[in-house]
Structures are given as structure tokens and as C-alpha cells.
Design a protein around this ligand. Sequence first.
Ligand code: SF4
Length: 398
Amino acid sequence: MANPADIALEKAAQLEPLGDDDAYALLQVPAGDLDVLCEVAGKMRDAFHGRTLTYSPKVFLPVTNLCRDRCTYCTFRRDPEEAGEWTMAPGEIADWSRRARAVGCIEALMCLGDKPEIAFRGFRSFLAELGVASTAAYVALACRLSLAEGLLPHTNAGLLSKRDMAMLRPLNASMGLMLENVSARLRDRGMPHQHAPDKDPVRRLRMIREAGELRIPFTSGILVGIGENEAERVASLLALRRMHAEYGHIQEIIVQNFRAKECTAMADSAELTDQEMVRTVALARLVLGGEMNLQAPPNLSPDALGYLVRAGINDWGGVSPLSIDYVNPEAAWPAVERLRALCEQEGYGLEARLPIYDAFVTERFVDPMMLAAIAALRAGPRTGQRAAVHDPRKGAVA
Ligand code: SF4
């Protein structure tokens, strides 16, 4: 009699949805059988997404790197007056948006630390001087500035209240929050989220649920390699799957691998091997099903890109011709031409996409004003030009 893992794989091969038990049974597939997982996952992707992969030409706007949390792997966050502290002024946001549009970017990724106004008096004064009441209100201003330059904002501002999300909804093509992992264990003493109250999985799931209630096209995902085990990865994927089954609002799921950074408490922690990352992506495809958009960042696994394609991704996420990845500043995005050549080697095309997937461009998910902005961009060319990569604080860096 076939074992549960084989039964689950057979169901997946027949494009049948997997139950929770099937999802956990897949963990019994031996690590050495990567090609078996990839074969089924790749076919599943092909059945729903065909032979074209996508990416989003974006500019990463780190609205502020002040953050009240202290995740032990993070080099993005700063304290006030710490070297590298940076809150983008409105003029910088407009300037960078203008330059981004000029080189073909479409997405303005508003990415920032969590709740700096709660932790830092100086940041509260900064907001007061601008006449905005909260960090979320400042993000709304940033979104307006980017929209005025012809970009489509996608905000990932950490944990937001339902009220703040409702305020930001008309100004964003989509929004996001990584679930990271459902395991409360990661907040225990000595674990990476011990000093990160906003990484409480219950609160993060609540925000993802509220985004569904608000009909916001939503990006989420898992962060892998921060001390979770494989069963906890599956539990996290299942939690996102359930949320999407209820509200239909999750437009894509990212599998993002932890990268160890110097000068952090996790500098010596083991990163996932490429094989482990590929296995996680393939498992995600099988658990989430063929239809979900599944993404892996190409700059975080530069030596495994072909294998990630075979493992069932259909999207590379945001790739910038202009700005660095401020969360992983050591990991340069590949040039789009290189990514395209790589996809072609694997037998796939590569197309630019908007920060909202086409299936979500409906009156149900998008406000009328945003629908008009999306229509204007859909009518134009989507491909970006290659420009010098800049760190706005330092000038050209590559
Ligand atoms: S990972 Fe995000 S929430 Fe955690 S410290 Fe860094 S900026 Fe803050």
C-alpha cells in the first residue's frame, strides 16, 4: 500500500487539492528526492500559469528605518541618531519616484519599520512638523507623492490597524505583511522575535484577516531559516491557505530565506542550503496549489535560480533597476536581462507585471481612482530600463 507521502504526491500530480494531512505527509519525502517534489510542483505551476514567469519593476522606498522591534537577524532597523538612521523626506520620496518612473519602474514599495511613532519622540515631532497624525498617515502622503509621479504604491508597513489599512487602501494597488511563521515559539526567550512584539503571529494573522475583510489584494509569505522547523513552515502555509480560502484576497505568497548578516545576533546562524530552499518552495507549491502566485526573491538564492523555477515559482517579486534591497543590502538583484536569459534556459518567458496581479484588478478589490491609475499603466509599456543602482543616501553604488 502506498505511503501517505506518495498518496499526497499522486493527488498533487492529478491537480487535486491536498488536505492538511497530505500537506504534513509531504514532509516524509526524503530530502534526497528533491527532483520528485520539483517535478510535481513544476507541472502544477505550468497547469495554472503556463510558461511565463513574472517580476515587478519596482523602486524600494524605505520610508523610515526606525522601528520599535528588534528582530535578531535585522540590519534594516535603526534607533534615532544611530549611524544610517534615515526617514525619507517628502521631497526625497517624490524625487525617487520620479527617477524610478523614468527608468521604467511601476511599483513603489513603501517599506518601513514597525510603529516608530510609539517608540521615538523625535519621530513623533517629525510627523507633527509635517502635520500628519501617524506613521500610517505619513505613508499615505508618500503614496500620494508616488502616485503623482505615475507609480503604483504597494505598502508593507508592518502591523497596521484595520482603520489604517482602510485609509491606505485607495492609495495602494496592493498591500502586504509577511506572516513569517505561525509558531509562537519564535517569540520565546533567546529566539529571533523575543523583542519584536509586532511579530506575534496571532496579531499578524489578525491583520491578514482584516485585509481580507477590507478586500485588499494582499501579499504575504513565510520567512524560512530563523529557527522554525519544517512542520511549522507547513503550518504557516496552511494558515495562509485557510485565510485565502475564506477571503480570496491573497494575491501572492513569498518564500523568503533568511540571510545571516554581520553584526547581528544571528551572524553565525546557518542559512538554508539551496537544496533546503528549493525543497521549501516545492512544498509551498504543493500545499498552496497551482493557482496561487508563488514567489522567491532572486537576490537571496543567486546560485539556485534555475532550480527555483523547476520547484514551481511563477514570480520573482520586485526587482529594481534603481534602488537596493534595503532589507538585504548585501544581495544585489540580478539584472532583468540575466533573469530573462535564465528563464529562457529553463524554457520559460519573463514578463514585467504590476504590483497587483491582473486577476485582482476588479471593482471588488480596487477603488475607482486606483482602477484608473492601473488602467493607465496597463496601457503603457511594462518593461524597465537598466539604470545604475543607487543607494539614495550614498549616490550610485553599482
Ligand atoms: S525585521 Fe522589521 S520588524 Fe524586525 S527589527 Fe527589522 S524592521 Fe523591525
